[in-house]
Design a protein around this ligand. Structure first.
Ligand SMILES: Cc1ncc(C[n+]2csc(CCOP(=O)(O)OP(=O)(O)O)c2C)c(N)n1
Ligand SMILES: [Mg+2]
Length: 792
């Protein structure tokens, strides 16, 4: 569909064109200049930055869209924010925020003067200055765009439960080739026009990526149109390169699509939601590097991939490049755009919206400033009654699901809490939450469907990327959420986690960014209990990945039972600016701690379980049996029981770690134990057998500087797996009770030559196990029905 009116009067056309030229001028200035910002002197080498860094190609398109958004924000009084998928167009967005005055309000030394403009130019991609992308430092940004693919999911995340908000979401045509972006178009099936705002996607079809044409730009237009019709959008094409005609087309199209968005919302809000609306999308086909040099050194540059970064950079070596730069900058006629003092002319400035209507100052983009605390129930009300350690079984994540359902209920008024997951919410046992709310669903339903509704607050799509992107967008605009996922498949969003962790790390140094709610993961259906699936579903390595990130941002919890999981969950929902990773199984399993004990244990993060230990009298154990994770905890306790029954004189200390970061040195992580505290628990010199949920090397990585490190022997998952019994899984990885006992016998010096009978018994047990599971297809009764019997 195309719209070809003369929407703009000559005066409006001239002004919007001037506004765009000013943004383009300021963008080129940022990439190239450190002095002489308005070229009031002839350009010389000393005015040009020694290192030319940044991206020009996408920038004029981003500036064009920004100017046209400003126009409709004013005419429709929109509450809008801007997401630049090609976030490498940082100079353009920074230029616009400066033109709106926001930049100078946030950074007063970059004021609206010639000197301010010089500083604006110099700081860009310059040591001590600002990064080249739409980074957290950029006012109005919730999306860096450095790693491509997340613009659409961020935009939808931002507008969920913000009925008044419109996210203008520019999608690079290269970005659109990425997996995360491709799947995120389906977000429209989750947007409820009554309670949510709107996303205006603008596909930025500038034809090229870094060094190639893009697929969407070269496919036949009819196919492109059908693609978006197929995704459920109504495409509007704005195509061309002649500025005057393009301004008219864009203005006309923007008027139509905004009116259409408003009409969809009005109708839904007046009449109720009948079906999923067909939201508009703009497909903007314009030249990459538009208004830049047509050719450089005889090679096509404008409207080609060569304009992607800095179109020419031999300014120091080649005088023709310096001349080219001067001609290019002068083509924007800055003298018609900025006043004597370097400020944007008032009649141009008047084109920008005012105050918080400026996209660069929309409060939703500094989500922490809007963040309201969740109403949290008393988590102890959900406690599992544990009369004695191991006396009852429970499903930890189901208990957590009941608690989260109550959190949902208590915050229904605020509409600021959602659960996210790739089709596994019920599988991970959060189904009690469905007693309070449903799954979000805007497509038709059949009577047999289970908890689907267009006002549901559980967001399920089989795309970990989209779940992650939605949640990030939701959190960064000041709301709360929890993501549940199979442990193995959370790796799919490793890279998105990286970017979010980097964002949080950076924002903590930016004064005006207020803290946002933490990004919380429950990883369940974990490596040890993939009963239905096997090897493909077994991978506990996300934790290893997470701990690479800045310690001020990441937290990892391995609660061993339901009550500890409740305590950890409450803590996560209260925390700010972290990524909390919680790993916990969903299968019925032994419950160890009363609520009181759980609170104390989780608050400490690591501790001796005295009821399982027998070194109280001397305070000097022969061996420490440590564990982190629910399955390792079970195996360690079973090993303790075998040892204490067979070698009553052996002094055993049992230690459980809930908060993995406690193991790190105090100087490296704010939760880290001091060396003295570490030695108090793990002893200065006794063997420590450590049963860990994940890859065992991580325990060494975290403790390598600890006094007793040479005595730590870690067991964990060593990439042995298949579809088998729960106990066979631990046996395959030498993490079972029998191997752990053998480990103890081999490492306690006093036992080394005395324990041959017990060692042999353990080996026999392992052989019996092998035979039994292969014969009967389940674990031996003594394993399956094992009970802690040493009291509390
Ligand atoms: C996931 C990811 N892969 C690769 C890159 C490297 N990269 C940066 S820009 C770019 C091309 C982007 O093309 P497009 O989305 O069309 O943006 P534009 O043409 O507007 O610059 C690539 C491949 C990246 N930033 N992120
Ligand atoms: Mg492109």
């Amino acid at each position: 569909m195309t719209t070809e009116d003369q929407t703009l009067s000559t005066d409006e056309l001239n002004k919007i064109h001037a506004y765009w030229r000013a943004a383009n001028y300021l963008s080129v200035g940022q990439i190239y200049l450190m002095k002489n910002p308005l070229l009031r002197e002839p350009l010389t080498l000393e005015h040009v930055k020694p290192r030319l860094l940044g991206h020009w190609g996408t920038t004029p398109g981003l500036n064009f869209i920004y100017a046209h958004m400003n126009r409709v924000i004013k005419s429709f009084d929109l509450n809008a924010l801007y997401i630049a998928g090609p976030g490498h167009g940082g100079p353009g967005i920074v230029a616009n925020t400066w033109m709106e005055g926001t930049y100078s309000e946030y950074y007063p030394d970059i004021d609206e003067s010639i000197e301010g403009m010089r500083r604006l130019f110099k700081q860009f991609s310059f040591p001590g200055g600002i990064p080249s992308h739409v980074a957290p430092e950029t006012p109005g940004s919730i999306h860096e765009g450095g790693e491509l693919g997340y613009s659409v999911s961020h935009a939808y995340g931002a507008v969920f439960d913000n009925p008044d908000l419109i996210a203008c979401c520019v999608v690079g045509d290269g970005e659109a080739e990425t997996g995360p972006l491709a799947t995120s178009w389906h977000s429209n099936k989750f947007l409820n026009p009554i309670r949510d705002g709107a996303v205006l996607p603008i596909l930025h079809l500038n034809g090229y990526k870094i060094a190639n044409p893009t697929l969407l730009a070269r496919m036949p237009k009819a196919e492109l149109e059908s693609l978006f019709v197929g995704y459920g959008y109504k495409p509007y094409f704005v195509e061309g390169s002649e500025p005057e005609a393009m301004h008219q087309k864009m203005a006309a199209t923007m008027d139509v699509v905004v009116a259409e968005i408003k009409a969809i919302q009005k109708q839904a809000r007046e009449e109720g939601v009948v079906s999923r609306p067909t939201w508009p999308i703009i497909i903007l086909r314009s030249p990459k590097g538009w208004t830049g040099p047509k050719e450089v050194d005889g090679k096509k540059t404008e409207d080609f991939w060569r304009s992607h970064q800095v179109p020419f950079s031999a300014v120091r070596e080649d005088p023709t490049h310096l001349k080219l730069l001067e001609t290019w900058l002068k083509s924007y006629k800055a003298e018609e755009l900025f006043d004597e003092n370097g400020a944007l002319l008032p009649e141009l400035k008047a084109l920008a919206p005012k105050h918080q209507r400026r996209m660069s100052d929309n409060p939703h983009t500094n989500g922490g400033s809007l963040l309201r605390k969740l109403h949290l129930p008393n988590f102890t009300d959900f406690a599992v009654d544990v009369p004695a350690p191991g006396a009852v079984k429970g499903e930890a994540t189901r208990v957590q699901g009941t608690y989260l359902g109550e959190v949902m209920r208590l915050n229904e008024g605020e509409q600021n809490f959602r659960l996210f997951g790739p089709d596994e919410t019920a599988s991970n046992r959060w189904s009690p939450a469905f007693e309070v709310t449903n799954r979000t669903w805007m497509e038709p339903t059949i009577p047999e469907d289970d908890h689907l509704a267009n006002d549901g607050r559980v967001m399920e799509i089989l795309s970990e990327h989209t779940c992650q992107g939605w949640l990030e967008g939701y959190l960064l605009t000041g709301r709360h959420g929890f993501f549940n996922c199979y442990e193995a498949f959370i790796h799919i969003i490793d890279s998105m986690f990286n970017q979010h962790a980097k964002w949080l790390k950076t924002t903590s140094h930016i004064e005006w960014r207020r803290p946002v709610a933490s990004l919380n993961y429950l990883l369940s259906s974990h490596v040890w209990r993939q009963d239905h699936n096997g090897f493909s579903h077994q991978d506990p390595g996300f934790i290893d990945h997470v701990v690479n990130k800045k310690s001020s941002v990441v937290r990892v919890y391995l609660p061993p039972d339901a009550n500890t999981l409740l305590s950890v969950t409450d803590h996560c929902l209260r925390s700010r600016n972290y990524v909390n990773v919680v790993v916990c199984g969903k299968q019925p399993s032994e419950q160890w701690l009363t609520m009181d004990a759980a609170i104390k244990h989780c608050t400490a993060g690591v501790g001796v379980w005295d009821w399982a230990s027998n070194d109280q009298e001397t305070g000097e154990p022969d061996v420490v049996l440590a564990c982190a994770g629910d399955v390792p905890t079970l195996e360690i306790l079973a090993a303790v029981q075998i040892l204490r029954e067979n070698l009553p004189e052996l002094k055993v200390r049992m230690v459980n770690v809930v908060n993995l970061m406690k193991l790190m040195p105090q100087e490296e992580h704010p939760h880290g134990l001091s060396d003295n505290e570490f030695v108090d628990i793990f002893t200065p010199d006794k063997p420590v057998i450590f049963a860990y949920h994940g890859y065992p090397w991580l325990i060494h990585r975290l403790t390598y500087r600890r006094p007793n490190h040479s005595n730590i022997h870690a067991r964990g998952y060593k990439e042995e797996g298949t579809t088998s019994t729960p106990f066979d899984m631990v046996v395959m990885n030498d993490l079972d009770r029998f191997h752990l006992v053998i480990d103890v016998l081999g490492r306690v010096p006093s036992l080394r030559h005395k324990s041959v009978y017990l060692k042999q018994l353990m080996r026999d047990k392992l052989i019996e196990h092998q035979q039994y599971v292969r014969e009967y297809g389940e674990d031996m009764p003594e394993v399956k029905n094992w009970k802690w019997n040493l009291g509390s």
